[in-house]
Design a protein around this ligand. Structure first.
Ligand SMILES: *Cc1c(COP(=O)(O)O)cnc(C)c1O
Length: 355
């Protein structure tokens, strides 16, 4: 199957093979030898000197970890949401008792930095801003660098869902001043689902020392303490750590610039060919279109479920729309392992099924 969903994404064979390695004692020297290398390589790709911790959970577990480690019940925060993942992030904060002020945009639009600045000025008592970098449900990338300037110039804690952007799109954690940043193994990292990686700035650790939301499995201070000994608090998904170790080696070989330009080139190609086939893109402005996932509007009278069923029978899996977009869009994932031949095949099948 040619899996063109925005996570899970295809895994190259040489990464797949590492998951055949025998199990080791996760409190022994093999794992302790591997963890610092993985962590250092992640820091290089996050462009950060901050701590990066690796948790055994999907991306949503990373979002929950971010929330419970830096916030307290009753704390007033701003959540910027441009789609279903933004809503999920804010919902997690609400479940744990944060008082959420929402900045919600119509789906298909980005959040503009000026809008975020105005919202903070209207609610000066908020302590933190939660924002999605790349909204996978709508195929829109927020102008995070500009948003970060507004947030950090007002001295608020900035917590970012970079699950479907980091490792594929430019995301400069230290340069942009991002305090807590979450990503997930099954997106651009060419690793199966099951690991989430979270960076924490000094400001985030300060917040952590005062934050009173309950936390046990996802306690990042405990994870940091264990990491100094080359361990994780709980049994790590060892096979996935092996895969991540290998994928980071391959990613560093290619380099961030190579990775980013490859994603841009493939995304441009997908957008152009989808438009040439008669479709229009779901995002309202092309400059905010994501370079990791393309959201495409259904043609008039098009049955998206049937269309996806047919492409699947020809070996290509596209994603449908989430929530309120179900039935009105489909999505093409192009992040992580995206060989030209597979992208060509996906576009060919798309055109054939359309006929
Ligand atoms: C995939 C994704 C998540 C996490 O989803 P999981 O299914 O829990 O891994 C969070 N945010 C965004 C933007 C995503 O694309």
């Amino acid at each position: 199957m040619n899996l063109r969903t925005p996570g899970p994404t295809p895994i190259p064979d040489n990464i797949m093979e590492t998951m055949m390695n025998p199990m080791v004692d996760h409190r022994g020297p093999e794992f302790a030898g591997m963890l610092p290398t993985i962590t250092d390589n992640l820091k290089t790709l996050f462009l950060t000197d901050n701590d990066v911790l690796i948790l055994t959970a999907s991306g949503s577990g990373g979002l929950e970890a971010a929330v419970v480690n830096v916030l307290s019940p009753g704390e007033k925060i701003l959540v910027v949401s441009i789609g279903s993942f933004g809503n999920r992030f804010g919902k997690i904060a609400e479940i744990y008792g944060a008082e959420v002020i929402w900045l919600k945009k119509d789906w298909g639009l980005p959040a503009l930095a000026s809008e975020v600045g105005i919202m903070i000025d209207k609610n000066p008592d908020i302590s933190a801003v939660l924002v999605t970098h790349n909204e996978t449900s709508t195929g829109v990338t927020n102008p995070l660098e500009e948003i970060a300037k507004e947030v950090k110039s007002r001295d608020k804690l900035l917590v970012v869902d970079a699950v479907s952007s980091l490792g594929s799109l430019p995301c400069k954690v230290d340069d942009w001043g991002l305090d807590v940043v979450v990503t997930g193994s099954q997106k651009g990292w060419m690793v199966p689902p099951g690991l989430t990686m979270v960076s924490m700035s000094d400001t985030a650790w300060d917040a952590n020392s005062k934050a009173t939301m309950p936390r046990a499995y996802f306690d990042l201070a405990v994870a940091r303490e264990y990491a100094t000994r080359g361990q994780t608090p709980w049994t790590p998904a060892l096979s996935l750590f092996n895969a991540l170790n290998k994928s980071l080696e391959l990613m560093l070989e290619e380099g961030l610039e190579g990775i980013h330009s490859r994603h841009k080139r493939v995304a441009d190609k997908v957008r152009n060919e989808v438009k040439a086939a008669g479709f229009s893109l779901f995002p309202k402005e092309e400059i905010y279109c994501s370079n990791t996932v393309t959201a495409v509007k259904a043609l008039e009278n098009m049955d998206i479920a049937q269309f996806r069923e047919k492409t699947r029978s020809e070996g290509v899996v596209f994603a449908g729309g989430q929530g309120e977009l179900s039935g009105s869009i489909f999505r093409i994932g192009h992040l992580g392992y995206i060989p030209d031949s597979e992208i060509e095949e996906a576009l060919n099948v798309l055109r054939n099924v359309l006929k």
